[in-house]
Write a protein that binds this ligand. Structure first.
Ligand code: CTP
Length: 408
């Protein structure tokens, strides 16, 4: 899962300024293009000391702009055309110098001039030595730019090319593209505290064995990502999933294993949440007792006594207040009927129903085909979509229910 579909067909103007991290801008270009974006590059004179225009020209298949006063380049695509062309201006890496000039509103080279001329959102990915990054002047300039509406992808911590260890390393490409995706998304969930659960739970039988289910967590992670991109303050409570599944840095991630732990974590965050989306496949049963020693094979069958776990969503539904609750109903038969029973029985606002026997829907796969049911009896069937697009459609329904509440 990535920021993929959001950046698809978007026009990204990438400013590359002069720091050692400029070489990483090539990877940003590649990833953005892989996500379907068209990329043009403005290379500053400092940037050109570290990487050549030819690198970016070869990667983007577009001419690279370097000079405000070059008649040839201005004829190819003038700086105003460039500013108008962009859906997004992304500066990665952004040096202390370019940040200072942007904060001052200067227009003394092509990049800063375009930054003033464009109406596209601005995303900055600073990269510099840790002491420079922490310098009061740099922090003041970043704050100024944030106040002016710029999106800043904070640098990562770690070992830097200058030998120092600390904050200042260019953020990972995926984090930069997450920031880009957020910058061009409508912020309809801004200020909404959204709690989402994902993945299976694992119920221990003994120290080496568990009972689990086929949930991959992909749907819940896609929901967390999409909600974050749309401005929500997201907490993701995740059961054991593939460690390769990632969420944007801005999402608060809490890992749990068992249904009991998931329930406790959800209840802990519940008071602060205004929307809860229970996408996790919480185990309905757990062993009545857990053997402290590994159970030996012995003779014949093994009988396990399973007790029911608490139904987290029902518990939330009983103390709902003015929160919006969204449940999932993974069904194999009488899908709509069963889903509606859950909507009513658990006191939900929306239920996302899917027939897990349909090819390409449900557990493990990257796609899903769901029907969204609401309390008014409306059924909104969606086609087979990527889980990312399904997540956006679910959040559209959440957003539609939230806006009248926000207005009242
Ligand atoms: N759920 C929950 N706590 C549980 C079990 C399920 O919060 N112990 C939530 C799931 O996250 C999902 C919804 O309830 O959003 C529906 O889960 P499901 O297991 O299908 O519903 P059940 O009520 O257990 O119904 P059944 O097993 O009969 O299908």
């Amino acid at each position: 899962m990535s920021s993929g579909s959001v950046l698809s067909e978007k026009r990204i103007l990438l400013g590359v300024s002069g720091g050692i991290a400029a070489y990483k801008a090539a990877e940003v270009v590649r990833s953005a293009m892989r996500a379907g974006a068209e990329v043009r590059v403005i290379l500053t004179s400092g940037g050109a000391r570290f990487v050549t225009a030819l690198t970016f020209q070869a990667l983007t298949q577009n001419p690279v702009s370097t000079n405000l006063f070059d008649p040839g380049q201005e004829q190819e695509i003038g700086h105003i055309d460039l500013a108008d062309w962009a859906d997004l201006l992304l500066i990665a890496p952004a040096t202390a110098n370019v940040i200072a000039r942007l904060a001052m509103g200067m227009a003394d080279d092509l990049l800063t001039t375009v930054a003033l001329a464009t109406r596209a959102p601005l995303v900055l990915a600073p990269a510099m030595n840790v002491h420079m990054y922490r310098h009061a002047a740099v922090q003041r300039n970043i704050k100024e730019l944030r106040n002016g509406g710029a999106h800043v992808v904070d640098p990562a911590e770690g070992e830097m090319a200058c030998g120092h260890v600390g904050e200042g390393r260019l953020a990972d490409t995926e984090d930069i593209l997450d920031g880009a995706a957020r910058a061009i998304s409508t912020q309809d969930l801004s200020g909404v505290a959204l709690l989402v659960t994902a993945g299976p739970t694992e119920e221990p039988i003994d120290p080496v064995r568990v009972i689990s289910n086929r949930s991959s967590g992909k749907m819940g992670y896609a929901l967390a990502r999409a909600a974050w991109r749309r401005g929500a303050d997201v907490t993701l409570i995740s059961g054991p999933v593939d460690p390769g599944l990632r969420v944007p840095r801005g999402v608060r991630l809490r890992r749990v294993e068992t249904a009991l732990e998931m329930g406790d974590a959800v209840l802990e965050h519940y008071p602060k949440a205004s929307v809860v989306v229970m996408a996790a496949a919480v185990a309905d049963w757990t062993p009545d007792s857990v053997s402290s020693l590994k159970i030996k094979k012995g003779e014949g069958n093994l009988r396990l006594d399973l007790k029911q776990t608490r139904d987290i969503l029902s518990q939330l539904g009983r103390a709902k207040g003015d929160r919006l609750l969204v449940g999932f109903a993974a069904e194999t038969d009488r899908v709509i009927e069963n889903a509606r029973k859950k909507l009513e029985g658990k006191n939900l606002d929306l239920v996302v129903a899917n027939d897990v026997t349909v090819d390409g829907a449900g557990f493990g796969v990257d796609t899903n085909q769901v029907v969204i049911l609401d309390r008014d009896g409306t059924e909104r069937p969606l086609p087979l979509l990527s889980k990312e697009r399904t997540a956006d459609a679910i959040l559209d329904s959440v957003s539609a229910l939230l806006s009248p509440r926000a207005r009242s």
